[in-house]
Design a protein. Structure first.
Length: 642
């Protein structure tokens, strides 16, 4: 990533942000509206003033009376509390703001909105009480020609705001409705968008890790911060005790927002385990605790409100410096998130400067404060980073999946080719070895028949050679059987259990009669179906019944039965033969294993093949036997749902 590409986007965003804040200052600022302006306790109004697009903001000309002054001219927003710069006096107490409305025009019904009064208040018009409460308020009255005295009495006991800090708006109901509707839509969007993004991060917590979780913290903190609008909006209609303490909740939300910004930049730079992050974390956690304690001590320590204000500014500066530091680390580390973190730092810095520079000189008419715009831009910016990160992860996963699929296809092709070569090799080897093996047997028999020079020692050698030759012939027969089984590669079809048992009886009843063995087939109560290759099923039961016929004496029985359920099919082959010793039972399904009673005739592949076919069909097979009473093989297969 080249340096000019990294810095191009942040610089562009910073320029646009500065231009945007300047446009806000001149286009959406209560302090930058046209006359009329109040002066010396009087504001002169005409009918034309009430018909314009924006309300008349009652900023200038108020007369303030409190414990220290009487009818002191002031403008709303000049001071955030009644301390008015003197840290030795209490910032709280009672105050009265009075303004004379001098109206020249026809009678009009007008309303006055009083936003965010962090004090208990009472509004009077010409000495008559119109409304009282805590939070925000609205009064509606008939404005007639002449002078009308508007009075606001406040009483506060806690917090770092007191008195009337935000200018009231006077206008017709239509004008105020239009302004409040735009503001309500703006704040609803600013509240819901971060919450939606926070919900989005819930699905990324496992894959996104800490980055996703802290982005969720950032979104929730901002949503809580802008919830101030709705809390004060409700206070127009009902009394909410929480309004008096909302300054504290709003501060905690801002601390969470700042911490989230720094944490995200630190995560993006990979510096969360460095000592720099540990120091930054201590500062960003300790300062909010100190600020919160100072907020609670303001009623008893007058100077605490001044220290709180300066320390809050210091906290913002620390946040900005930490974010810039970690963003620079992300650039040096060539992190792809660096352009987002750098842009976020610049937006935060511009918002911080705007907040300091426009202090007591800016209040929005329809939209947000500078810090609220700053927070929203940060949420959207880091949201874009999370989306880009998710897309990048998905793209990498797709590439990895495609690569794995190609590898699997390649390996499958190689394994299939290897298996085919193995089959061909074993087939050719079995075919080529048959001739010398059987020729050797013929030579041994010829030597025995001639009897020439055959003494006891030579006879022992011949017996050993014959045993080895028989073992070789048995192994070759097994290879031929396995190759024949591998060549059955047709598709599986649905096989009826009843038809399968009938075919088993028809195929093997003749062999059983010759051996004087009763072959009994018990059909299931209801038919069932399994997916299989009929040729392999024939080999499976041929091996089981062939073994049973060898083990069962005359007048014995072989019983083949089946049971079908909703999920599985159970087939049992049981004989009354000699049985299998207990120590041999775990070995009977091994390849080339021959029991002690079958050493002369067995190949050791019959039950091995049976086990392989059952497993291939997705089933299981178990054997139960005891010497002298017989053997039972129990097989279970999945039911075909087709």
């Amino acid at each position: 990533m080249r340096w000019h590409r990294v810095w191009r986007q942040p610089v562009s965003v910073s320029v646009m942000t500065i231009i945007f804040f300047l446009l806000l200052f001149y286009g959406d600022n209560k302090y930058y509206t046209p006359p009329p302006y109040g002066k010396s306790g009087v504001i002169c109004l005409t009918e034309a003033d009430l018909e314009r697009k924006n309300p008349v903001f009652l900023i200038d000309g108020w007369l303030l009376t409190d414990a220290r002054v009487t009818d002191k001219p002031t403008y709303i927003g000049e001071f955030s509390n009644l301390q008015r710069g003197d840290v030795t006096v209490s910032p709280h107490g009672k105050a009265r703001y009075q303004l004379t409305l001098r109206y020249d025009g026809s009678d009009r019904v007008v309303s006055v909105d009083f936003p965010q009064l962090y004090s208990e208040y009472t509004v009077l018009l010409d000495g008559k009480q119109l409304i009282w409460g805590t939070g925000s308020g609205r009064v509606t009255f008939l404005l007639t020609e002449g002078d009308h005295i508007l009075t606001v009495e406040t009483s506060s006991k806690l917090g770092y705001y007191s008195g009337m800090y935000f200018p009231a708006a006077l206008g017709t109901d239509e004008t105020l409705f239009e302004v409040n509707s735009v503001r309500g839509f703006a704040y609803a969007s600013a509240f819901l968008i971060p919450l939606a993004l926070a919900v989005f991060t819930l699905f990324l917590w496992r894959t996104g890790g800490s980055l996703a979780r802290w982005f969720g913290v950032l979104c929730c903190s901002y949503a809580l911060y802008v919830a101030r609008y709705f809390v004060f909006l409700l206070s127009y209609f009902v009394s909410l005790p929480i309004v008096s303490y909302w300054f504290l909740i709003q501060s905690l939300a801002m601390y969470g927002l700042c911490f989230g910004v720094v944490r995200l930049t630190a995560l993006a730079s990979g510096a969360v385990r460095d000592s720099a992050w540990r120091w930054a974390r201590v500062l960003l956690l300790v300062l909010p605790v100190v600020l919160t304690v100072l907020s609670l001590l303001i009623p008893v320590l007058p100077w605490a409100v001044f220290v709180h204000g300066r320390l809050t500014d210091f906290y913002y500066v620390v946040t900005f410096c930490a974010a810039v530091f970690f963003s620079a680390r992300s650039v040096t580390a060539k992190s792809w998130e660096s352009r987002y973190t750098l842009t976020g730092c610049i937006v935060f810095g511009v918002g911080l400067l705007a907040n300091l520079f426009f202090s007591n000189r800016f209040e929005p008419i329809r939209f947000f404060w500078q810090f609220e715009w700053c927070g929203l831009l940060l949420v959207l910016l880091f949201g874009a980073m999370m989306v880009a990160r998710s897309r990048r992860i998905l793209k990498e996963n797709d590439l990895l999946t495609n690569h794995l699929e190609e590898q699997v296809k390649q390996r499958t092709k190689e394994v299939t080719q290897l298996l085919n070569e193995r089959k061909a090799f074993f087939s050719d080897m079995a075919h080529d070895l048959k001739a010398p093996v059987f020729a050797t047997q013929s030579f041994i028999e010829a030597i025995r028949r001639s009897g020439v020079g055959v003494d006891t020692e030579l006879q022992n050698y011949l017996n050993q050679a014959e045993a080895k030759q028989w073992e070789m012939a048995r192994r070759l027969q097994g290879l031929s059987t396995i190759n024949a089984l591998d060549r059955i590669d047709g598709e599986r079809v649905r096989v009826s259990v009843r038809e399968m048992l009938s075919e088993i009886y028809a195929t093997h009843c003749g062999e059983a009669e010759v051996g004087s063995v009763y072959l009994i087939v018990k059909q299931p109560e209801k038919d069932g179906f399994l997916m299989a290759q009929p040729e392999k099923l024939h080999i499976l039961f041929e091996n089981l019944i062939y073994n049973a016929l060898k083990a069962t004496p005359r007048n014995g029985s072989i019983t083949v039965s089946a049971w079908t359920g909703d999920c599985k099919i159970r087939v049992t082959v049981e004989d009354t033969g000699c049985g299998i010793p207990k120590e041999e039972l775990p070995l009977v399904f091994r390849r080339f294993y021959v029991g002690a009673k079958n050493r002369e005739t067995g190949t050791g592949l019959g039950l091995y093949i049976v086990h392989g076919i059952v497993t291939e069909l997705g089933g299981t097979i178990d054997v139960y036997s005891s010497v002298g009473t017989g053997t039972k093989f129990v097989m279970e297969f999945p039911v075909s749902e087709g």
